[in-house]
Write a new protein. Sequence first.
Length: 308
Amino acid sequence: MKRRLRAGTRGSKLARRQTAWVIARIREKYPELEIEEVIISTKGDRDRSPFSQLVRGGDIGLFTKELEKALLKGEIDLAVHSLKDLPVVLPQGLILGAVPERAVPFDAVVTREGVRLADLPPGSRLGTSSLRRSAQIRYHYPDLSFVDLRGNLDTRIRKLQRGEVDAVILAAAGLMRLGYKENDYALLPPDLCLPAPGQGALAVEIRSDDHLLRDICCDVLDDYRSRQAVTAERALLQELGGGCRLPLGAYACIEGDDLLLRGAVASPDGSRLLQGQAAGAAGRPLEVGRSLAKILIEKGAKEILAGE
């Protein structure tokens, strides 16, 4: 077998590191393959408007759409995403080829002094562009204030160091992949802030008719437990509206043959927080996700997500 592959990625340091990891895993098993990194700029990278404005405009796939277009045109052969950025419905002709083993899925707080979230004084400014994060944290800490903070992970850390905010909330997996140490941040427990569906996981998207890459993904990249867990989380997301920027947190874990899914929907001002959980067979993640969606809808999740 001799073939040259092109792996599409965003240009941020974190995205390129994640893509390099995927390329390295493929090369370990298939050293005869030539794999080239192709950097593609996305709308989410170019448009510096607050996420809330972009979401109100109906934009989905802010960090994935251009990569998917390149896949469909044959300009790249695989695209590596942070799974939480990938819409639940993929364009016709594309499939989720692999979900590699998931990293730590939870959020983390980073401060200049290394203090915990609970130790921040009232009025402290938390930087985040995530409505999910701010809504859940507002519920538990109504005395904190929030600042919309865009940019890649290193940019947000620099804004913290310059004093623009007192703390930033980031995905722990991104911090770990960029080499930050455990004492550089504090994990937020799921009881305080459930992560975004798919957070901590990577997604390798490919064309559905590319049989070589389907085999490679199955052989060296895909992790069954991670795929089943994120499938349940994404099923919940799809049932509740399908947008990756909803104030919805979800976390699934697998123990043996069982899957437990927790979910939370918070009002943007933090005044309401709906929580629930559902369990089922690990081999039936869609059913578990839909079951939890029904529970949360009965509690009023649709009204919160519709802004009522």
